[in-house]
Design a protein around this ligand. Structure first.
Ligand SMILES: Cc1cc2nc3c(=O)[nH]c(=O)nc-3n(C[C@H](O)[C@H](O)[C@H](O)COP(=O)(O)OP(=O)(O)OC[C@H]3O[C@@H](n4cnc5c(N)ncnc54)[C@H](O)[C@@H]3O)c2cc1C
Length: 217
């Protein structure tokens, strides 16, 4: 059984606040033992604004210790890592080698498990899509104790359902994700001053590039 305590838990929006049993999930064995006594909600870095990662008077499993890197394919830019690895940890390790996560939200303090469960998006959502577009496969521990690999070809229903599945379909243990090759961590920005709300939409609709697209306003 993972070491656990009772504490008040909430999301990034600080509402609602509930009392939960909390403990670290470091392996599939920890999840299986917790499930013998409780129902369980996995939690990453708690950056969700709502109530996704809390569990009133039940178990919240902190997955951030599953933050290991298991395999790196430099040719393909494919990283296999624990679901508790954060984008911040990936950026710190891989940006100096010329690689970044393909999809980055407004904070780098999110785990791969949380990114999948909420199918997060970045500021280039309109061109790059959401987090699913960089995930090749993941291993998930289901409520019946089985560990299953899900991808577009293997258990595809399970694969797709987990993007936006809010951690309710199992605990994601590891994932294989594709990183983006970069030349630099700086980016080009073009600022366009606008006079009125109406004129602001003209440059916006004419610009089609992703990261360099100015946000109106
Ligand atoms: C400042 C700020 C800016 C943000 N900007 C954006 C943005 O631009 N775009 C965007 O899409 N989101 C954004 N977010 C929201 C954030 O990206 C998501 O809420 C993200 O899912 C948080 O990841 P987390 O690791 O903190 O997960 P948590 O908040 O801890 O959990 C999120 C969900 O993931 C599940 N989960 C966690 N780990 C696992 C696991 N191992 N297996 C299965 N399920 C798991 C939880 O049960 C829960 O349902 C922002 C949040 C903040 C605070």
């Amino acid at each position: 059984m993972p070491v656990h305590k009772t504490e008040k838990v909430t999301g990034w929006g600080n509402y609602p606040v509930v009392e939960s049993f909390t403990g670290s999930i470091r392996s599939a064995g920890d999840v299986q033992q917790a499930l013998e006594q409780y129902n369980l909600v996995p939690r990453g870095l708690g950056r969700s604004y709502g109530d996704q990662a809390i569990n009133d008077h039940n178990f919240v499993g902190d997955c951030t210790h599953m933050n290991y890197f298991m395999d790196w394919n430099e040719q393909e830019g494919i990283l296999e890592c624990g679901a508790g690895a954060s984008l911040e940890e990936i950026i710190t390790a891989f940006a100096p080698k010329g690689w970044l996560p393909m999809i980055c939200p407004g904070t780098k303090f999110v785990t791969i498990g949380g990114a999948i469960a909420n199918d997060i998006h970045g500021k280039a959502h309109h061109t790059d899509g959401s987090f699913v577009n960089c995930v090749l496969s993941f291993n998930i521990l289901l409520a019946d104790g089985r560990i299953v690999t899900a991808s577009r070809d293997e258990h595809p229903d399970l694969f797709w359902a987990n993007f936006g599945g809010l951690g309710l379909l199992g605990v994601i243990l590891t994932a294989r994700i594709k990183l983006r090759k970069i030349e630099t961590t700086y980016f080009k920005q073009k600022s366009i001053k606008i006079k009125t709300w109406t004129t602001c939409w003209r440059p916006w609709t004419l610009t089609t590039t992703s990261i360099t697209t100015p946000w109106p306003g």
